[in-house]
Ligand binder design. Structure first.
Ligand SMILES: Cc1cc2nc3c(=O)[nH]c(=O)nc-3n(C[C@H](O)[C@H](O)[C@H](O)COP(=O)(O)OP(=O)(O)OC[C@H]3O[C@@H](n4cnc5c(N)ncnc54)[C@H](O)[C@@H]3O)c2cc1C
Ligand code: SF4
Length: 488
């Protein structure tokens, strides 16, 4: 795989970013692509390690050494085929995946890992630019029909797999446009929306039907869909946002991150009727929550022209190094700094928001925090304690709550009599993704809770296999680990 001595000869390189002062002027992606000669060197760093732990690090089981080798040899079409054999949408993961594969890369034990995610993005972008990604409609139809509810990455992967197996698939989405959090959560500066639209054209040409503006459970009952389709797949995401029910949380200016991000994504899309405007322009902004959502709020606030952006994280500051109890090849909880963090936000850790303060008109003017201390005992959940005497008042006119999601909505589950798990997600066996109601399946964040795009695609693919097997008695749709090595 790759060049036997490649990892000794070449250093890891990934795309550079445009300078901060330039990129914050707009919402466009700001990476500077590597030259083909450099990408080949990066593929050459993959070192024939024997047991590619990256396969198991990737929730899709991507055949990483094989596509690295193809890139090293300049066989881009072959690389694209290998990549698509396990991943329906590498253009999403190649831009947005936190790359657990790289944390599991054998070279990463004592060197910088192979730049897998960046190679993945370049393979799929080359394939689109060369016209190699074309619709693959099925040759025969089975006569079976499936309704997929929710059009995020889980729903789209499920739909594409099932359609390719010859079933007639209709995707129902309550928003105006398809894409789930890819479209309405993640800002354009991380992934421009034409990237979603380009893939949707392929899916439509393959025969998948998309119905937008249909809220299942409200506009049409789940029972009605159940009686009109042979199987249902729920992929509605984990949409219940975690709140901060403390004094002053009803003040004007305390805003859920998803309201802020969704409105901005629509604004960038040119939509004018947005309701009450939520903007950070000229404000001191505090983003509460240190994850992906918080980071996206930071980048968006900076592009709005916020006066200042401050980020709070209740957890303690992680180290840059792998913690000793999270050894290779596992995913380590280490300090991660996103491109948005580098655009001018100040970050504070081990800090808890106690109260929001407002003026007589009910507008947010500030908030009060306290420092917290974490204790860790083996076998127990970490415990947090406020540090006395550390209260501090901060000025802010916009506080964005980006503290994650607590589970999925229950309307459809109630209508169909579905069991939920202890974390308010729809319960389904990992063995077949089927709920307690035969013929009703669930995939993505709605099953596993708030997670990642790569997991959503993986769940969609796995669920599709089991739906196909349920309808037909057996399935040829690949499961994780069934990737195909084409002879090109
Ligand atoms: C702001 C933000 C940034 C993120 N950034 C990243 C990142 O950089 N990298 C990463 O890997 N992950 C990221 N994530 C997580 C990732 O986006 C999700 O894990 C992933 O989108 C889940 O996919 P899904 O298909 O399960 O659900 P979703 O993407 O949530 O899609 C669910 C869809 O179902 C629709 N729906 C729900 N109920 C109904 C109904 N009853 N009728 C019709 N339609 C319905 C919703 O409108 C939505 O469109 C981010 C999440 C957020 C919130
Ligand atoms: S999808 Fe994510 S984990 Fe899998 S190979 Fe790509 S970057 Fe790595």
């Amino acid at each position: 795989m790759g060049k036997i001595t490649g990892f000794l000869e070449f250093d890891r390189k990934i795309e550079a970013y445009a300078p901060v002062e330039e990129r914050i002027k707009n919402y466009k992606e700001f990476t500077v692509p590597l030259k083909e000669s450099e990408l080949k060197k990066q593929g050459a760093r993959c070192m024939d390690c024997g047991i590619p732990f990256c396969h198991s690090g990737c929730p899709l089981g991507n055949l990483i050494p094989d596509f690295n080798d193809a890139v090293y040899k300049g066989k881009w079409e072959k690389a694209a085929k290998i990549l698509h054999s396990t991943n329906n949408f590498p253009e999403f993961t190649g831009r947005l995946c936190p790359a657990p594969c790289e944390e599991a890369c054998v070279l990463g034990i004592n060197e910088d890992p192979v730049s897998i995610e960046n190679i993945e993005k370049n393979i799929v972008e080359t394939a689109f630019s060369k016209g190699w990604i074309t619709p693959e409609p099925p040759t025969n139809r089975t006569g079976k029909s499936i309704a997929v509810i929710g059009s995020g990455p889980a729903g789209l992967a499920t739909a594409q797999q099932l359609n390719r197996a010859g079933h007639s698939v209709t995707v129902f989405e309550r928003d105006e446009k398809i894409g789930g959090l890819l479209r309405y959560g993640i800002p354009d500066f991380k992934m421009e929306k034409h990237v979603i639209d380009r893939r949707l054209e392929v899916l439509k040409a393959e025969g998948i039907v998309f119905k937008t503006g249909v809220h299942v459970g409200v506009d049409v009952s789940a029972e009605e869909l159940q009686s009109s389709f042979d199987a249902l797949v729920l992929s509605g995401g984990a949409t219940i946002r975690r709140g901060l029910p403390t004094k002053g949380s009803d003040l004007k200016g305390v805003v859920q991150a998803m309201d802020f991000l969704k409105q901005n994504n629509k604004r960038v899309d040119g939509i004018e009727d947005l309701g009450e405007e939520i903007k950070a322009t000229g404000k001191d902004v505090i983003v509460i929550g240190g994850g992906d959502t918080g980071s996206d709020c930071i980048g968006t606030s900076i592009r709005h022209g916020a006066l200042s952006v401050t980020n709070f994280e209740i957890m303690e500051k992680a180290t840059l190094e792998r913690p000793i109890d999270q050894p290779w090849p596992f995913w380590p909880m280490r300090l991660r700094t996103s491109s948005s963090h580098k655009e001018g936000a100040e970050r504070f850790f081990s800090i808890s928001t106690k109260e929001f303060i407002g003026d007589k008109d009910g507008n947010l003017t500030g908030l009060i925090t306290a420092e917290v201390e974490w204790t860790h005992k083996p076998g127990e959940r970490p415990n947090l304690k406020e540090v006395p005497g550390t209260e501090k008042e901060w000025k802010c006119e916009l506080a964005l709550l980006a503290m994650g999601f607590t589970g999925s909505e229950t309307t459809i589950a109630d209508q169909l009599g579905l069991e939920m798990d202890s974390r308010t997600n729809v319960k389904a066996s990992i063995n077949n993704y089927m709920t307690n109601v035969p013929g009703v399946f669930v995939a993505g964040d709605q099953r596993r809770g708030q997670s990642l795009i790569v997991w959503a695609i993986s769940e969609g693919r796995q669920a599709a296999h089991h739906v196909d097997a349920y309808l037909m008695g057996s399935s040829n749709l690949p499961l994780k680990g069934d990737g195909d090595l084409p002879r090109v």
